[in-house]
Write a protein that binds this ligand. Structure first.
Ligand SMILES: Nc1ncnc2c1ncn2[C@@H]1O[C@H](COP(=O)(O)OP(=O)(O)OP(=O)(O)O)[C@@H](O)[C@H]1O
Length: 278
C-alpha cells in the first residue's frame, strides 16, 4: 500500500503539488489532468527522483525522504519517465542491460536473461541488436517500458506510456499493463481518456496540484450523465460540440433543439468535471 499525504512541491511561486493526498493499492490507476496539473511532479516524487517540499510518502512502510529507505524503495519500483534520455548509439539490449546494472543485477548471466525477458514482454526480441537511434518512436517507448519492468517491481510508475504507440501497439500495451496490474500497483499518467476507460479500474483527476476526482472510469463518465446530446442541427448557443462520423452533432452541456440524450463516456465526464463544457 502506498500512502501519499499532504504532498507539496513549489517551483518559484508556482505550486505544482498543493497538499495532495492519495492512497494507491494493487491495480491500475490512471492519472488524468490538464497540462501543468502536477501529474509528472507527483510521479517523480513517487519514483524518488524529486524530493517534495512537504508532506510524506509511505510506500510499503518505506519513507523515501530517508536515504536508506529510499534505496530500498528504488529496488521495488520501475519508472518510465516522460522523456527518457536514451543513449542513441546503444543497442536496445545494451540500453536495458545498462539500466539493469544500475539496478544492481550483478550476475551477468541472470541479468542477461532478465533483459531478454523484459524485451520479450514488450515485443522487442527481434530488435535487441538494433541501435536506439534506428528504432521508431513507438519502439523506443516500448524500450522505455522494458527497462521499467526489470526486476519485476511491485510499483510501476508510467508517465504518458502510450505516447507514440500505434493502435495495435496500444492494444498490446493495454493487455500487458492490465496483466501487470493484477498483482502490483501500476500508476500511469495519460491524456488519453480511451486508455483510462479501457485499462484503469481507478481514475484520479488532478487539477492545480490537487485531486478533484477519485473513482472508477464509470463514475467519471457519470459526471456527464444527462449532459450529452445528439442532434441533426448544430447547436446555436456556444457549447462544446463536434460533428460525428455519421454527420450528427454531439453536444456537451445544454441540449440543442430536437436533441436526443446520449450515453456519456469518460471523456465527457472529464470535460464536464473540468468545466470546459458550458
Ligand atoms: N523543473 C521545473 N521547474 C519549474 N517549473 C516546473 C518544473 N517542473 C514542473 N514545473 C511546473 O509545475 C507545474 C506542474 O507540472 P507537471 O509537469 O507536474 O504537470 P503535468 O500534469 O505532468 O503536465 P503535462 O500534462 O503537461 O505533462 C507546471 O506549472 C509546470 O510548469
Amino acid at each position: 500500500m502506498i500512502r501519499i499525504k499532504d504532498l507539496t512541491k513549489t517551483y518559484g511561486r508556482r505550486a505544482a503539488l498543493d497538499g495532495l493526498t492519495l492512497t494507491l493499492g494493487v491495480g491500475v490507476t490512471g492519472l488524468l489532468g490538464p497540462n501543468g496539473a502536477g501529474k509528472t511532479t507527483l510521479l517523480r516524487c513517487l519514483a524518488t527522483t524529486l524530493a517534495p517540499d512537504g508532506g510524506r510518502i509511505d510506500a510499503y512502510g518505506l519513507d523515501p525522504s530517508h536515504p536508506v529507505q529510499r534505496t530500498a524503495l528504488r529496488r521495488r519500483l520501475g519508472y518510465l519517465p516522460q522523456d527518457p534520455g536514451f543513449y542513441p548509439h546503444f543497442t536496445a539490449f545494451d540500453l536495458v542491460d545498462y539500466v539493469a546494472v544500475l539496478k544492481e543485477l550483478t550476475d551477468a548471466r541472470q541479468r542477461h536473461a532478465e533483459v531478454r525477458r523484459v524485451l520479450a514482454e514488450v515485443g522487442l526480441t527481434d530488435r535487441a541488436g538494433t541501435k536506439v537511434r534506428r528504432l521508431s518512436g513507438g519502439m523506443r517507448q516500448r524500450l522505455a517500458l522494458a527497462q521499467a519492468l526489470l526486476g519485476d517491481p511491485d510499483l510501476l510508475i508510467l508517465d504518458e506510456p502510450t505516447v507514440g504507440l500505434d493502435p495495435e501497439q496500444r492494444m498490446s500495451f493495454r493487455a500487458l499493463v492490465s496483466r501487470l496490474g493484477e498483482s502490483r500497483t501500476v500508476v500511469l499518467s495519460t491524456h488519453q481518456t480511451e486508455d483510462v476507460a479501457a485499462l484503469c479500474e481507478r481514475v484520479v483527476v488532478l487539477r492545480q496540484g490537487g485531486v478533484v476526482f477519485d473513482g472508477t472510469p464509470g463514475a467519471l463518465a457519470a459526471v456527464a450523465e444527462g449532459r450529452v446530446w445528439l442532434s441533426d442541427a448544430a447547436p446555436e448557443v456556444s457549447t462544446l460540440f463536434w460533428r460525428t462520423a455519421d454527420g450528427r452533432y454531439r453536444t456537451l452541456g445544454e441540449p440543442p433543439p430536437a436533441a436526443n440524450p446520449a450515453a456519456p463516456g469518460v471523456e465527457d465526464g472529464y470535460l464536464m468535471l473540468l468545466g470546459e463544457a458550458a
